[in-house]
Design a protein around this ligand. Sequence first.
Ligand code: GLA
Length: 433
Amino acid sequence: MSSAAPVFTPALTPQEGARAASALFREAFDAEPDGVWCAPGRVNIIGEHTDYNGGLALPIALPHRAYLALRRREDRTVRLVSSLTPQSIDTLDLDVIGPKGTPGEVRHWNAYIAGVAWALERDGLGPLSGFDAALVSCVPLGGGLSSSAALESATAVALDDVDALGLAGPAEAPDDAGRARLVTSCVRAENEVAGAPTGGMDQSASLRCRAGHALELDCRTGEVEQVPFDLSAAGLALLVIDTKAEHSLVDGQYGARRAACEKAARMLGVDLLADIAPDDLETHLSRLAEPAGPTGHGEAEADADELVKRTRHVVTEIDRTRRLVALLRDSRPLAGPKLEEVGALMNASHDSLRDDYECSCPELDMAVAAARKAGAHGARMTGGGFGGSAIALVDADSADAVARAVVVAYAEADFTAPAFLNAIPSAPAGRLS
Ligand code: GLA
């Protein structure tokens, strides 16, 4: 059977992004922007659904970014335009906007931009001035690559600059502590204004990653370490497979997983599931499996099996992340047995997300299976799941063949054709011009 060639989604260069966002700004507002700020989407190498459990994650920033041309206003009005609907300008008022479910609720993507201004003020960094902003983004929408966190982070660095908050520092010499504060407000915007109960890994990646590195993120303490991750020097590539399967974090599944983890932690008497040491896992799992639990929780009965599986995923995933970070840090080149071990950890992560966390889907499983069969060293879903994207660690010169194998498998299964991205560890959010 002949299938179409794989389609790669290119990243705009920073110059192209800045030019496009500025042109849109001029067209919409008939004025020059104060500047253009941009922020990346991300893929997570390992450490999935660990962030809201206080565990470890290991994301990289993508070259695919959101570009925001912005100009400060003297009043409290916010006007927003996007290249997707260039003829329509949305107008909001910083004194009126509020959380989802309140009269000031902010609709669709506007929530990720205006929501950040709202959250910065609630976090004691206001009052801010209003602004006009024009958005151009090459982070695929709904692809599980944090297109929304890219919007939030671009807004955060832009407002940090025009409102002189002094937190972000330039992308080349970032102020990491200041950026950690911006992350908090971006997460608040996403949780409260957009209404998605996500955990913060995406915003941390967009604001705190560095080019050529993966970000070891301790989600309990907020501490980060930069882990060198130069794939091309090792003759490797990280292929992103955007399954095009629908993915939404505002729907109930993500929240249900998070609620199950919180319930398991409560029943086990720990603050966060990350408090459970891998060696103690079995003991904890058998406590969850007891019908009424040692402390007499009747609620254990109904979904004991579910809580066991969710907890097992989280605790083993944190352990896998720790082990993968240790491998990347050792001085051996990323080849031979070391590469095999890295790949095996990625594979085990996917299998655990599929079987224990139950957040994969047929398209993700097929992308992963086809990539492994075509020679990927490791492959797994990345991000929240239920659709979105998978990643495959491949030899650089076989990326195309692996992508082709996925295209063929999708065509045979009658799935919508996937798209592909090359994930090069890139720079964090910052000002361009
Ligand atoms: C989404 C969320 C993150 C994280 C991942 C799963 O990307 O936004 O906070 O929970 O899912 O690791």
